[in-house]
Design a protein around this ligand. Structure first.
Ligand code: 5RP
Length: 262
């Protein structure tokens, strides 16, 4: 079954598998959203079912909540958990300071709340997500539907004074209709190409009325686990300044792949 996985999926899987090893009995764990985070949820589910791991998971989207329940993880709300030991999530881009762009899957608001309420945030990603400067990936900004076109105009006007290389914003669509987040909001994707000062931009965007949150995660991520298609993983810890290398075996996880037929 693993033979049917693309190198990129293998990279995502090994990053997720390595991160799952950081999860310990009794932990309250934030569960991210997206294809890499879905691997993580599957890996943790396997540990719950086969090894008797006992954790409480706080999902960052309805999609992740559904998957977590399906694989046997006890799901609780953030308010029930109150504070988390660890959050593991994917990212659309990360730089050498472990600043991130997130929200490609539209879950940035819950993802940022959950990650911020955690002792540690670990990002799992394939190597293609690493960039010198953030901004090639369109920056998602969650806005309330009321007056969203006015908010879009304000955003574009604000970008004129920012050190970015593009300034257009587009409404994210889901087929013919607007994409709607779990909180009932819209997403405006900012096509910036290059963000020279991500810290400043993150603060400025959230001052605009109508903006709920933006997808820049500044000083939130502690560790990134980078997966490669050959099973190699690199673990970078920004606080410790350490880099570890590891290699994972796909064969051990054949039972994870068997339910991937759909
Ligand atoms: C969802 C996210 C995801 O973490 C991000 O889009 C990465 O997704 P994937 O693992 O599928 O590449 O921020 O809102």
């Amino acid at each position: 079954m693993t033979g049917e996985l693309s190198p990129i999926d293998k990279a995502k899987f090994v990053a997720a598998k390595r991160a799952a090893n950081m999860v310990e009995d009794g932990m309250r764990v934030g569960l991210g959203t997206g294809s890499t985070a879905a691997w993580l949820v599957r890996c943790i589910g396997e540990m719950v079912r086969n090894e008797g791991l006992k954790i409480r998971g706080v999902p960052t989207s309805t999609r992740t909540a559904e998957l977590a329940r399906d694989v046997g993880i006890e799901v609780v709300s953030l308010d029930e958990a109150k504070w988390l030991d660890l959050t593991i999530d994917g990212a659309d881009e990360f730089d050498s300071d472990l600043h991130l762009i997130k929200g490609g899957g539209g879950a940035l608001l819950q993802e940022k709340i959950v990650a911020t309420a955690s002792d540690q945030m670990v990002v799992i990603a394939d190597a293609a997500k690493e960039v010198d400067t953030l901004g090639s990936f369109p920056l998602p900004v969650e806005v309330i539907p009321f007056g969203w076109q006015t908010t879009q105009a304000l955003l574009e006007e604000t970008l004129v004074s920012m050190d970015v290389m593009g300034r257009s914003a587009s409404l994210r669509m889901n087929g013919d209709v607007s994409f709607v987040t779990d909180e009932g909001n819209y997403i405006l994707d900012l096509h910036l190409n290059r963000i020279a000062n991500a810290r400043q931009l993150a603060l400025v965007l959230n001052q605009i009325p109508g903006v709920v949150e933006n997808g820049l995660f500044i000083d939130i991520c502690d560790t990134v686990i980078i997966g490669h298609g050959d099973g190699k993983v690199e673990v970078r810890d920004i606080n410790e300044g350490t880099v570890e290398h590891d290699k994972l075996d796909f064969a051990e996880s054949d039972n994870l792949f068997t339910d991937l037929v759909d």
